[in-house]
Ligand binder design. Structure first.
Ligand code: AMP
Length: 296
C-alpha cells in the first residue's frame, strides 16, 4: 500500500483520491513502481457507475493485495448495436470519490483507442461455458468480455483479479479462459451485494422508475423462494423454475430471457437436484434487462 499512515496525533483527513491514469504508459509506470516497492497487484475491472457491489471487490483487493488498480472502461465490443452502450452511465468523478473511500491506489480509465488501437482484429474465442444463457441471448457478448478482460490482464499484469458472483456466467467464462490460456493470475469471485430488500446491485438499476424498482425486487424474491423450496426437499428443478416464473408473473415481469437451474461448473441444465446448483435468471423490467443468480 503506497501511502503514508496517519500518526495517532494527526487529525484524520478524507482518504486520498486514487491516482487517475488514462494511458498505457502511465499505467505501466505506476504498476512497475508498486512492484518495485514490493507490492502485489490486485485488479478490479469495471465499467464504472460504481456501487457497493463494485466497492466490495475494491475492498477485497485492498485486503489481499498491496496495490489495487480499478479499471473503468465501458467496453464497446460487449454491447450489441441495439443495447445501451451510448446511454450507459458514466460517472467518473463520483467513481473516484467512491474508490477513495476504499483506498484504491490507481484508476485506469483508458480511451477506446488505447484498448482497441486502429487495426486491432484479434479476439478471444470464449470457452464452452459461454454458449448458453447470456451467450444465447447476447450473441458476441462474451467474446467482447473475454477479449477486453484478457487485454486488461495483459495491460495491468496483476497478480489477482476480482470479479462479482452477480455476473455468475461471466466469472465462469473468465476463470475458464485463465485456465485455458495459462494466464498467470488468480481469480477471486466475491459474493453478490444486494440492496436491503434483496435486489442485486447493478449499474443498470438506475434506469428503473420507482414502480419498476418495486417490480424488480420480485427477481431476488423468486430466487430466495426457490432456494427455500429446494432446502425443504424439492428436487425437481422444473418445479423450482415454475415457482420463479409464478413470482415474476405476479409482479408483471413477463419478458423473461431465461430461468434455469444449472450445474455450478459447466452451467448445463440440471433436471433433479443432487448436489450444489445455481439458479440463473435474466428478465426485463420495463426496458431494463436485469440478471441475478442464487446458489441452491
Ligand atoms: P460491471 O461494471 O457491471 O462490468 O461490473 C464490474 C464487476 O463488478 C464485475 O465483476 C461484476 O460481477 C461486479 N459486480 C457488479 N454488481 C455486483 C454486485 N451487486 N455484487 C458484487 N459484484 C458485483
Amino acid at each position: 500500500m503506497l501511502e503514508t499512515t496517519h500518526s495517532p496525533t494527526t487529525p484524520l483527513s478524507p482518504p486520498l483520491a486514487p491516482k487517475l491514469v488514462t494511458t498505457v504508459r502511465e499505467l505501466r509506470a505506476a504498476v512497475r513502481a508498486a512492484r518495485a516497492a514490493g507490492c502485489s497487484i490486485g485488479l478490479v475491472p469495471t465499467m464504472g457507475a460504481l456501487h457497493e457491489g463494485h466497492l466490495s471487490l475494491a475492498r477485497a483487493s485492498r485486503a489481499e493485495c498491496g496495490f489495487t488498480v480499478a479499471s473503468i472502461f465501458v467496453n464497446p465490443t460487449q454491447f450489441a448495436p441495439h443495447e445501451d452502450f451510448d446511454k450507459y452511465p458514466r460517472t467518473l468523478e463520483a467513481d473516484l470519490q467512491a474508490l477513495a473511500s476504499c483506498h484504491t491506489d490507481l484508476v485506469f480509465a483508458p480511451q477506446r483507442d488505447d484498448v482497441y488501437p486502429a487495426g486491432c482484429s484479434t479476439a478471444v474465442e470464449p470457452p464452452r461455458v459461454a454458449q448458453r444463457w447470456e451467450g444465447e441471448c447476447r450473441p458476441g457478448h462474451f467474446r467482447g468480455v473475454a477479449t477486453v478482460v484478457l487485454k486488461l490482464f495483459n495491460l495491468v499484469q496483476a497478480d489477482v483479479a476480482f470479479f462479482g458472483q452477480k455476473d455468475y456466467q461471466q466469472a465462469s467464462v473468465i476463470r475458464q479462459m485463465v485456465r485455458d490460456l495459462n494466464v498467470p493470475l488468480e481469480i477471486r469471485v466475491c459474493p453478490t451485494v444486494r440492496e436491503p430488500d434483496g435486489l442485486a446491485m447493478s449499474s443498470r438499476n438506475r434506469y428503473l422508475s420507482v414502480d419498476q424498482r418495486s417490480q424488480a425486487v420480485a427477481i431476488s424474491r423468486s430466487l430466495r423462494l426457490a432456494a427455500q423450496l429446494a432446502a425443504d426437499g424439492q428436487r425437481q428443478t422444473a418445479a423450482l423454475v415454475d415457482t420463479v416464473r409464478g413470482v415474476l408473473a405476479e409482479a408483471q415481469i413477463d419478458r423473461i430471457d431465461y430461468v434455469a437451474v444449472v450445474d455450478p461448473d459447466t452451467l448445463e441444465p440440471v433436471v433433479a437436484l443432487s448436489g450444489p446448483s445455481v439458479m440463473l435468471i435474466a428478465a426485463h423490467v420495463g426496458g431494463t434487462r436485469l440478471i441475478d443468480n442464487w446458489k441452491i
